[in-house]
Design a protein around this ligand. Structure first.
Ligand code: ZN
Length: 407
């Protein structure tokens, strides 16, 4: 939160208490009210009050079928509470370079449905305008009877969540794009925008590895390269929300020769930038140049790797080593509890994650345990999860406020 006031209004305090109850149930549910009280430090009556509100809003439900009534209990059993995953959903859209992903997520961050729409090489308004026009129908087709409470919109590059702007996305040719306003106008839904690496970091904090809440760094390697940082459960934004542009970190190695210096020039004018050395664009072009695939294409390279093509394997391993070097630098600077890598090949084949880990362990001066480095675990759902998370983050931070427009 960018602003703080010493005195909370009654509504803010009520929302903070509601959020505490909701998070306790998310983490420990199905769980009895008495346990929620001890987890949150709230009084039994405060928990009861919040629970009534959260059930009414559709965020929590009582699960009588899970109530074990201990012997000797007198009176109404404590009905366990769980996060409701049947009534509400959040929508999300991820703008990537090859395709746009539209998805519906439940309140536990699980992807209910998703749809990919090829961008066919289009950039700028040519990607956004037709999608915005289709979005209401797409969301309606995906929502499966649930009430959609908001729309998340994420992409790589520099995004300002407070102002709802994409400040800069090089490959999509977006500059100072008022994405939130455009999508709110198109859908009538409240929209929250963010960078996709920050969104994935928030998803890890809410639904993922417990160490993520202490401190974590996320590295996203796709057609763009982004990083995000979180400490004590809060994702760092930084002025002016441009945190995580790791693309110009100088690294050694190329996907064809991990010991060579890159002679490919970045759009920033320099040689050896991580975004050029290790991006999907570079990898897919190298695979096509080597004759592994007929043209630069993700699916074709994945197929080549899966059938054991040795050149494809070498290119992917070389990139994994470059990524391991970048992660070692990041880890040595930040010293996080958890490092999360989002990259296609580490996601589906642990052998490639192990190449990243080995290089990481070799290069890190802190000699940190390579076990702190994990691959993002949502597999093919990863972009869909990123897309919906800005709305889920708001829902778990300020549930009553986030749903004010629904009731
Ligand atoms: Zn550069």
């Amino acid at each position: 939160m960018s602003t703080s006031t010493p005195l909370r209004t009654g509504d803010d305090r009520r929302d903070a208490n509601a959020a505490a109850v909701l998070r306790a149930v998310l983490d420990h549910g199905p769980v009895a009210r008495s346990r929620v009280a001890s987890l949150t430090g709230l009084s039994a009556s405060a928990v009861s009050r919040q629970t009534v509100d959260l059930v009414r809003l559709g965020l929590l439900s009582e699960r009588p079928e899970l109530a074990g009534v201990p012997a000797g209990t007198v009176g109404r059993p404590q009905l366990p509470l769980a996060v409701d995953t049947e009534q509400l959903a959040v929508a999300g859209v991820h703008f990537g370079v090859p395709y746009t992903t539209v998805a519906l997520l439940d309140l536990r961050g699980r992807v209910l449905r998703r749809k990919e729409i090829a961008n066919r090489g289009l950039t700028g308004p040519d990607v956004l305008k037709p999608l915005a026009a289709r979005l209401p129908r797409l969301i309606d087709a995906l929502r499966a009877g649930r009430t959609v409470v908001g729309l998340g919109a994420v992409c790589g590059g520099s995004v300002d969540p407070e102002r709802g702007l994409v400040l800069r996305h090089g490959p999509l040719d977006w500059r100072d794009l008022p994405l939130r306003g455009l999508l709110q106008d198109a859908t009538g839904l409240p929209v929250r925008v963010d960078n996709h690496a920050r969104a994935l970091t928030q998803a890890e904090i809410l639904f993922g590895h417990p160490a993520a809440r202490r401190s974590m760094v996320q590295l996203f390697v796709g057609h763009v390269v982004d990083a995000a940082l979180a400490v004590a459960g809060t994702v760092h934004q930084g002025p002016p929300s441009a945190t995580g542009d790791l693309g110009h970190l100088p690294v050694t190695g190329t996907v064809t020769d991990p010991d060579a210096r890159s002679d490919a020039r970045c759009h920033c004018g320099r040689l050896g930038c991580l975004s050029v050395a290790a991006s999907d664009t570079t990898l897919f072009e190298a695979a096509a140049a080597a004759g592994v695939t007929p043209e630069p294409d993700r699916a074709a390279l994945i197929a080549a790797v899966k059938r054991g093509d040795p050149v494809a394997d070498r290119l992917v391993r070389n990139r994994a080593r470059i990524i391991g070097r970048a992660l070692a630098l990041l880890a040595d600077v930040v010293n996080p509890d958890l490092l999360v890598l989002t990259e296609t090949f580490a996601l589906f084949d642990p052998r490639y994650l192990n190449v990243v880990r080995a290089e990481f362990a070799l290069r890190s001066h802190l000699r940190r345990d390579a076990e702190l480095l994990i691959a993002q675990r949502r597999g093919a759902d990863v972009l869909a999860v990123a897309a919906g998370t800005p709305v889920l983050g708001e829902l778990y931070a300020r549930p009553v406020h986030a749903l004010a427009h629904c009731h």
